[in-house]
Design a protein around this ligand. Structure first.
Ligand SMILES: [Zn+2]
Length: 468
């Protein structure tokens, strides 16, 4: 009898446990543990077979996502997936697949949190600079014309590439006189001196537009708008996409047998963030991703170095604990079909800013339960500190690289190092001599006849040794 009771207990425990276990499938997208292991092994296999591309970069394409910090890359990746009706987190951006990734320290010579003018001077001219200054070294002071004397001027990869007979092009959806493209060709202590309207009369400095025209710079520029181009989410057929402009640029530049340097800037990611409108910033990030994919498709990894990075980050957060696949522009859910409440008993969005225009000074925080944060592309995300314009963030940004010498991006680097790798890989500027650049790393290939000659000489030596 005791055995019978014992057996019944065991059976009831087994059935209870087994029934419960059957009730729980895999969560999320249903990936099994074997799926995760398989994915990791595929990734491991790619890493094990990774070899550096030791070659000269005939062409260099730099993709600059203005303000594209790590949180922007992640949120944009989720948006890309959700636009394809997927949960999004597992989605892959074109540059996620680049074999070499590093970090870039973005601070300026005189500033903890950077601006786009001094950072562009760093990654295009190879020296750190003061906030707000373009194409000048750390002796120049912002908004001070007399400090920007001739000997503070620094040259850029545009000058270095042109000197070696290469072509140079710029694709941007900002004004061509805006901070990032301007660092290729201008030397000015104030980024806002794009035209002469902000320059005091009789000041000895020339504005950025004047320098572009007067200096007769041999650069391919394609202009489609008087001012900044439209945000991707607002773009009509009247304007080409960043990917279409990139394609056009590569088709023209690749006619030069000596190669080219191309700067492609996704400049409006930054503007969307300053306005604290994540829909604008992140749809532009997805457009930027398409432009990178177009460059990858049109070039050869053996002769074209592609570097994708940002100038600086933003105070932009992906916050709370939303369920996987929760709409990226939506409210943080409570995983039970409702929304999580903050300490003020109000809902909140996943995407928030540390500071910016999304802080209401006169009223308490808006209850978002009836707000359209998903479809309203003009929705301004909430922020902790009230400012007219949201600010840049000071943390490191990522560098993604593929192609010749891309393995030189391998750890935590100062931002100005980027210009040096691009110059080293393409043998221009300080690194133009064969012995000083990527060319010196290429091992001479022993062809068939010389290999036979070496074998014959070795055989003779062995015979001589044997006879001694
Ligand atoms: Zn900015």
């Amino acid at each position: 009898m005791r055995e019978f009771i014992y057996l019944c207990c065991c059976l009831s425990f087994y059935f209870t446990y087994a029934t419960q276990a059957q009730n729980f499938g895999y969560s999320g997208n249903g990936e099994t543990r074997d799926d995760w292991k398989r994915m990791a092994k595929e990734d491991l296999n790619i890493a094990l077979n990774l070899k550096p591309t030791i070659a000269v970069a005939k062409n260099v394409i730099m993709y600059l996502g203005d303000g594209m910090g790590a949180s922007t890359v992640t949120a944009g990746r989720i948006l890309k997936g959700q636009k394809q009706n997927k949960t999004g987190e597992e989605s892959v951006l074109s540059f996620d697949k680049f074999p070499h990734v590093a970090l870039s320290k973005t601070y300026n010579q005189d500033a903890q949190t950077a601006d786009s003018a001094a950072t562009a001077t760093a990654f295009l001219c190879g020296v750190k600079a003061n906030l707000g200054t373009i194409g000048l070294d750390g002796r120049a002071r912002r908004n001070n014309c007399t400090s920007a004397s001739q000997d503070t001027h620094v040259t850029s990869i545009l000058d270095w590439s042109l000197a070696e007979g290469k072509s140079v092009g710029v694709v941007t959806n900002t004004r061509i006189t805006h901070a990032t493209p301007a660092a290729l060709y201008a030397h000015v202590p104030e980024r806002d001196w794009e035209g002469d309207s902000k320059l005091e009369p009789m000041v000895a400095c020339r504005d950025i537009a004047l320098q572009l025209i007067d200096d007769n710079i041999d650069i391919h520029v394609w202009l489609f708008a008087y001012d900044h181009m439209a945000y991707e989410i607002d773009r009509t057929d009247k304007e080409p996409s960043l990917a279409e402009m990139t394609e056009k640029a590569i088709r023209i530049l690749r006619k030069n047998p000596k190669g080219y340097f191309l700067l492609v800037e996704g400049g409006r990611i930054d503007h969307g963030h300053h306005d604290s409108k994540p829909a604008k910033a992140l749809h532009d990030l997805v457009a930027f991703d398409h432009a990178v994919a177009k460059g990858v498709e049109m070039t050869n990894e053996q002769d074209t170095l592609i570097v994708t990075t940002a100038d600086h980050s933003h105070v932009f957060s992906i916050a709370g604990y939303p369920t996987r696949g929760n709409p990226i522009f939506g409210l943080v859910d409570d995983t039970k079909g409702g929304f999580l409440l903050a300490k003020d008993n109000k809902t909140f969005t996943t995407l928030v800013y540390g500071n910016g225009p999304g802080h209401n000074l006169t009223h308490s925080r808006q209850n978002l339960s009836n707000a359209d944060t998903i479809e309203n592309k003009e929705y301004i995300s909430q922020s902790a500190v009230p400012l007219d314009s949201e600010t840049h963030g000071g943390e490191d940004v990522s560098i993604f690289a593929r192609g010749p010498m891309s393995h030189l991006f391998h750890g935590v680097h100062e931002q100005h190092y980027i210009a040096h790798v691009m110059a080293y890989a393409s043998c221009v500027g300080d690194y133009k001599a064969d012995k000083d650049c990527a060319k010196s790393q290429i091992k001479p290939i022993i062809n068939g006849s010389s290999a036979a000659r070496i074998s014959f000489v070795m055989l003779v030596i062995l015979c001589l040794l044997a006879t001694v």
